[in-house]
Design a binder for this molecule. Structure first.
Ligand SMILES: C[S@@+](CC[C@H](N)C(=O)[O-])C[C@H]1O[C@@H](n2cnc3c(N)ncnc32)[C@H](O)[C@@H]1O
Length: 230
């Protein structure tokens, strides 16, 4: 049975995996420069992975889950049990914005809480880097304890490496010969208006495309599969 992502994530590929999997080449290691909800990691069987994203809250979350899954569960569970109101949500959201410099278990637990109690699981920040998704009243948000434990187990078995970098740097620094690479960039907005691209402060825009293509095509023996929405 396919493992489910811990987080809700816009553009997650869980449902597409049966169609996507045949396009992913065999390799010793899969590199994902846009890991998001990690559904490709969860639905494949590479011996090793490098999972990267530009969003430091996301990478901090995954690192905390792998280092200490039970601590993340213990820190997040009370929030799910006792803080499902808009007042609580906005209090935690404000605290989260104020502790921007902090990392670790507490921030990971609040990130999970915001993800499961905010509108549609979206993850978006304003230009000051403050998470700004509104509250959504779900009757009983799902607490993904089983998913946290399974993720941590698989990450340990596959010698996972997490990287918080823009994709160009992940590609330049973390791809070796014979690695497979799967890229799933955020959607680009139409030319004349902003769209939903702001997973982390600076939206990925079409001007990123030429350097993206140049780097990906210039690799020697690594193999690239990409999802692309026109
Ligand atoms: C469509 S989501 C990936 C979804 C993922 N494949 C899944 O199945 O859940 C795109 C991800 O790209 C990340 N991202 C956006 N701009 C980026 C950039 N310039 N460099 C690296 N990651 C970026 C976002 O934070 C987001 O997590």
């Amino acid at each position: 049975m396919q493992m489910k992502p811990i987080l809700k994530w816009a553009g997650g590929k869980s449902r597409l995996m049966p169609r996507l999997r045949p396009f992913l080449p065999a390799a010793d290691c899969l590199v994902e420069p846009f890991v998001g909800g990690a559904s490709v990691f969860l639905a494949t069987d590479y011996p090793r992975y490098v999972l990267a994203d530009i969003n430091p809250d996301l990478i901090n979350f995954y690192q905390a889950v792998v280092d200490s899954p039970e601590s993340v569960i213990q820190a997040a569970l009370p929030l799910f049990r006792h803080a499902n109101t808009s007042v609580d949500y906005f209090r935690y959201r404000t605290n989260f914005a104020q502790w921007r410099a902090t990392r670790g278990i507490k921030r990971a637990a609040v990130f999970l809480y915001l993800n499961r109690h905010g509108y549609n699981g979206l993850c978006r920040y304003n230009l000051r880097g403050e998470f700004n998704i509104p509250y959504e009243h779900y009757k009983k948000p799902y607490f993904p304890a089983a998913e946290i434990r399974l993720f941590a187990e698989k990450a340990r078995d596959t010698h996972i490496r997490f990287v918080c970098l823009p994709f160009e740097e992940t590609l330049a620094l973390h791809v070796d010969e014979h690695y497979a690479v799967y890229t799933d960039p955020s959607y680009f907005p139409p030319e004349d208006r902003d769209g939903f691209t702001g997973y982390y402060i600076t939206p990925l825009r079409k001007c990123a495309l030429p350097s993206f293509a140049a780097r990906t095509l210039s690799w020697r023996k690594s193999r690239l599969t990409t999802s692309w929405k026109r």
